[in-house]
Design a protein around this ligand. Structure first.
Ligand code: NAP
Length: 284
């Protein structure tokens, strides 16, 4: 059996066309401000993607570089200042912050209605309460890719590996809200394969290159690979990105699987656009 490949591209194109039409209908373009502290290469690459995606649908995007001698206090002050600026609809704090800075405290300083990355505890709380929220973008992307397969979520056995605040936990809550029976595994899980082998839907968000092998997957399962791991090439050759799932093995067993790159990642950026448009509608 060869799995259906769940490419993000068709969903991304459809969603972006819808978002562009919604932006066109607004009195002024939504404004998204991204805050960058430090020089993390991954954060810079993500910011570039955000700028391009925003331009495509007509969202005004501004990347603000924060000073190098930032403290928790000055960072939170800046975030609070932006939070009360009526021109700004969305704020995203590029992660990771330079070492020593308190990221959860900075996230908590964002006005929840402008928290388009869905990282404020209030938005996470709303997700847990099955209420309308600006939910974390990656979790939304994983759930949307599952829904796109048409698989019945009510009563489905779902296993999520990873319980991070921005991916595993909210994805598990959102799937629970849709009627699935959800098990969340983590590094302390005693027998990971026991859980993965009985998962009709497997969401993997660990951060370890190709850790989940084909033999750990139930035949016909829907596999959502959130992982994004850089593997350097041999002898200085250019490296490549791989997921947390060994794709070549899994594709022979699963019923449907997301590729890396080209699956969860591109849709995550589109969910950021969606949240920004949503935030603009709410605050105006
Ligand atoms: P994280 O905060 O580091 O969390 C990793 C989770 O994996 C933790 O819950 C950890 O368990 C669990 N884990 C670690 N080793 C394990 C093992 N051997 N067995 C079972 N569970 C294990 O990571 P994250 O931010 O959720 O990101 C996960 C992956 O997704 C990374 O590759 C990241 O690059 C990628 N990602 C992709 C996107 C995208 O849009 N494509 C966005 C965000 C993240 P404990 O809690 O017990 O430590």
């Amino acid at each position: 059996m060869t799995a259906e490949i769940l490419e993000a591209k068709p969903i991304v194109e459809k969603m972006r066309a819808e978002l562009e039409a919604q932006v066109d209908a607004m009195d002024r373009a939504p404004v998204l401000v991204a805050l960058m502290a430090g020089d993390d290469a991954g954060a810079r690459a993500y910011a570039k993607m955000q700028a391009k995606a925003c331009a495509e649908v007509g969202i005004e995007y501004e990347l603000r570089e924060l000073s190098r001698d930032l403290t928790d206090e000055t960072l939170q002050q800046e975030i609070r200042r932006l939070s009360i600026d009526p021109v700004i609809d969305g704020i995203i704090l590029q992660s990771p912050l330079p070492g020593g800075l308190d990221e959860p405290a900075a996230q908590g300083a964002i006005e929840p209605e402008k928290d388009v990355d869905g990282v404020h505890p209030m938005n996470l709380g709303l997700v847990a309460a099955d209420r309308d929220a600006l939910a974390p973008c990656t979790a939304q992307s994983a759930v949307r890719l599952i829904e796109e397969t048409g698989v019945e979520l009510r009563g489905a056995e779902v296993v999520v590996i990873g319980r991070s605040v921005i991916v595993g936990k909210p994805a598990a809550l959102m799937l629970m809200d849709r009627g699935a029976t959800v098990t969340v595994c983590r590094s302390t899980t005693r027998d990971l394969a026991f859980h993965t082998k009985r998962a009709e839907i497997l969401v993997v968000a660990i951060g370890r290159a190709e850790m989940i092998r084909g033999e750990q997957i139930m035949p016909g399962a829907v596999v959502i690979d959130v992982g994004m791991n850089y593997v350097p090439g041999d002898d200085g050759a250019r490296g490549r990105y791989v997921g947390d799932v060994a794709f070549d093995e899994a594709v022979e067993v699963a019923g449907a699987i997301t590729p890396v790159p080209g699956g969860v990642g591109p849709l995550t950026v589109t969910m950021l656009l969606k949240n920004t448009v949503e935030a603009a509608k709410r605050t105006r």
